[in-house]
Design a binder for this molecule. Sequence first.
Ligand code: UDX
Length: 432
Amino acid sequence: MQVAVIGLGYVGLVLAVGLGGLGHQVLGVDADSSRIAVLARGEIPLHEPGLAEHLARHRDHLRFSERVDDRLAEAQVVFVAVGTPPGVTGDADLSAVFRVAEAVGARLRRGAVVVIKSTVPVGTGARVEAILRRVAGFSIPVVSNPEFLAEGSALADFQRPDRIILGGSDAGAMERVAGLFAGVGAPVLRMDRESAELSKYASNAMLAVRISFMNELSRLCEQVGADVTKVGESVGLDHRIGPAFLRAGAGFGGSCFPKDLSALEALGMRHGVRLGVVEAASLANVAQRRHLAQRVIDALGEGVRGARVALWGLAFKPGTDDLREASAGALLRDLIAAGAEVVGWDPVARPGDDPVFSGLSLAEGPLEAVDGADALVLVTEWDHFLTVDPEEVSRRMRGDLVFDGRNALKPDAWTGAGLRYRCVGRPALETE
Ligand code: UDX
């Protein structure tokens, strides 16, 4: 099928390359000309395992353009995958979605279908359909098809999703979109557009609530002498609950959870429904990051002013170079405010001139980061850190404090190297 994907961020790019891999002819459009130039060279402008190889293999199925032009008229299906960042009220900013609808409506032929991939509040599909009708002069059906891919496993998530959700009222349009994914062996759920739009927010909020709940429990574990990993394992083995997303740590980040929680909360407010659980999940996340920073500050005591703190990992999770809403940024801010000097290292994420990371010095490697450090905080559990020799770290550090913000290190090895090991919600493993 002839397909266009407008917006080549994480979601759009994986979708475009994934659809090319399924044998469709894909036109990928993004207003960022440098991004298009990178793609035109056959490279990928972000860190995502397997995506560059997949692009190389299916290159003849993909074309890229920096503008919506007349080639769009060939498209039978157009995906809208532009960003919906939070606006000042926390609500999703839909201006890019509506701009795309105007541009697309002016070029599409009768019979084309528009699919919304971007995460959008309930009712956006109807608004896009109205714009398309006004601009095109005829009806263009809009199908909601939310994306659930996670960074770091995005291509695998595209190829083997848990489910494909299609929301709309035009059965023919929904079948056309279902046909696009015929090569993907996943259950297809057909529903009204409003339910599909809400499903995405509901999934992300549910996952975030689980993490925040475990993070709050970790703080209780620290007080009562329990081990949050044991509690999580016990809870997760209940088949009604399941084990995923129960890891306590340094808080969640990324381009989706924080933004989608705010947007869902704002949607509720607009409709007179206060989503207290969602609100609490956001607040608990902020509190968890503060709590970790405060523990480091308290452990350093008076010496925090001028202390050198090393951060291991900057990306919001391993497997990505994405720094959006990363816990490392929040920790950095609190540590700098307390007077510490902070040096960090990440295998792929590079903060550049990102203001959230201003004040951070970058080290050449994980060992260089701990040179002369008074405290080390593991923020992102990259494999790179799991194989570092604690004895070598101990030799290089000035102090002896190690905070394992993801419960990822082997406590015995670190205490055995003479370091004071601290973790999240596991007080029995901590050493003085
Ligand atoms: C998420 C959703 O998983 C995905 O379906 C949606 O499409 C986009 O948002 P992503 O943001 O890529 O994906 O990352 P994810 O793997 O879900 O992790 C989000 C954050 O939660 C990370 O900061 C991670 O470190 C944290 N996390 C995850 C925990 O703190 N504990 C856990 O048990 C799991």
